[in-house]
Write a protein that binds this ligand. Sequence first.
Ligand code: PPS
Length: 365
Amino acid sequence: TTMDAFHLGCPALHSHPYSGLKPKHSNMVFLKTHKTASSTMQNLLFRFAERNNLTVALPIQACGHQFCYPRSFTTHSVHQHTLPPNIVTNHMRFNKAELKRLMPNDTIYVTILREPGSMFESLFSYYNQYCQSFKRVPNGSLEAFLDEPWRYYKPEENYSMYARNTLTYDLGGDKDRPAKDVSYAKAFVAQVERVFSLVMISEYFDESLVLLRHLLSWDLDDILYVKLNMRTPSSKQGLTDDLRKKIRAWNSLDAQLYDHFNASLWRQISAVGPACVAREVRLLREAQEKLMKRCFGEGMPLVRSAAEIKNKELRPWQPSGKVDIVGYDLPVNITQSFSSQDQELCLRLIMPEVQYTKMLLRSQL
Ligand SMILES: Nc1ncnc2c1ncn2[C@@H]1O[C@H](COP(=O)(O)OS(=O)(=O)O)[C@@H](OP(=O)(O)O)[C@H]1O
């Protein structure tokens, strides 16, 4: 069966005869960075937590669905009914010392980075009305911003962290440290490396998940997902090489983080065995397809713009009228023939972050 093949995979990691029986690791912090596929990861972790009766740390009401981001994380932002937690995954600005006070000693730290070009293009479009540095650019032109970023960017302004080195900021670093301060960048990368056991890469999401599965001794079923929080193609802009270069120069700290951890990811893949990782990725995609059929019938899940989604619980948050974030609906004819267990799973797979956070909080009260 697929499951047997899955367990037989990657012999390098199964040198211990009983390693297949190793208990699943459940204490983890996933630093949810912005516009990096982190909502897809968060949804996967929420489902894992529910299936295994784990406690997810959730923000107090005053902090919204984030731990009072963009302020640095403190334990005061954690709802008392979600203590002591096994899993932390809602948005925050990372603060290791405070997390250490909150979490068990065996907590594993994981995060995710995305290629700076496509990440910045996504940020620019998603936060175009939210972030003043973007809002004041004529015609919402990414080119205009990148030609003269200092004309639009005010480092001290609200939400300026979406306009420069967002990953560095989310990780707790100094987004405005000048690029010529080489030793800062190096020391920061080293610090991130010491804390995080795995830094996932959005472009290699499935490969990253396979490494995560190995790190935590999870099953194939634990890493199934549906892509969340996507923009419609019409909300996206292609990037020229020149634009990509300018984005990297403007976000040079993030670019250094990305280059470093992209290389580490491939080193980790090499260590496990590239063929074995590729096999698990294939098995993951096959299992995913089966699950899609079960939940959504033949073909793909029903990708819809928010207004078209009948069930309000399934509408993703829309940052502004200028960008469309798509979500999913469950097909009615299929849901009628569902077992209630399947219905719960399929519903959760496509539940957006804000709604799922609220639901989890209610269930943990
Ligand atoms: N599995 C997977 N692999 C690769 N990319 C993925 C995946 N899932 C989501 N996405 C893309 O991630 C973008 C949304 O990121 P986030 O969920 O982190 O955004 S948010 O900060 O929480 O709002 C968003 O990018 P853009 O569409 O470019 O905006 C999603 O399309």
